[in-house]
Design a protein around this ligand. Structure first.
Ligand code: ZN
Length: 162
């Protein structure tokens, strides 16, 4: 599989050019979040050459293994960018390497706080089972007041006084 996405500019057809294929997902490396690409970067792009500029429009996608932010389960999720537009300066070039541009577009779409629900899984830790919101009513199940609702010290008032 090709390691990079390179678009040749020589004898570039005036009406444009469709470029599609796959590049090795290793180009993503692994980042700090633990997200790892587990397949290939797929691309399907329409390339058009203007005087000094190559414009690419189309879609890219790549499958990633992510870790759910809540339940810590690993799951696969395919990032797809459908409305991609990239332009590159082509002055003095015989070909353009757009690997880095495509890589960035995909990485931008990676969820920062992935939840396994985004890939259709049911998260084991969800809001109905375990509510982590801090603004909920405190309800510990332990009532510190007496059944009458008075303070426990009120009972001392009933003691016979001398
Ligand atoms: Zn989860």
């Amino acid at each position: 599989m090709q390691a990079r996405v390179i678009i040749p500019l020589e004898e570039f057809p005036e009406e444009g050019l469709w470029v599609q294929g796959e590049a090795d997902g290793a180009l993503f490396g692994t980042d700090d979040t633990g997200a790892a690409c587990v397949g290939a970067l797929s691309y399907r792009l329409e390339a058009q050459l203007f005087e000094t500029e190559l414009v690419l429009r189309g879609s890219v996608s790549a499958p990633f293994r992510l870790r759910c932010d809540r339940c810590l389960r690993e799951f696969e999720y395919t990032v797809t960018v459908d409305d991609l537009t990239i332009s590159c300066d082509v002055r003095g070039k015989a070909e353009v390497d757009v690997t880095e541009e495509l890589r960035e577009e995909v990485l931008l779409e990676l969820p920062g706080y992935p939840k396994c629900e985004i890939s259709g899984l049911e998260c084991e830790i969800n809001d109905t089972i375990c509510d982590f919101r801090l603004d909920k009513d405190p309800h510990s199940g332990v009532n510190s007041a007496t059944p009458s609702g008075k303070s426990v010290w009120d009972a001392l008032d009933d003691f016979p006084r001398k």
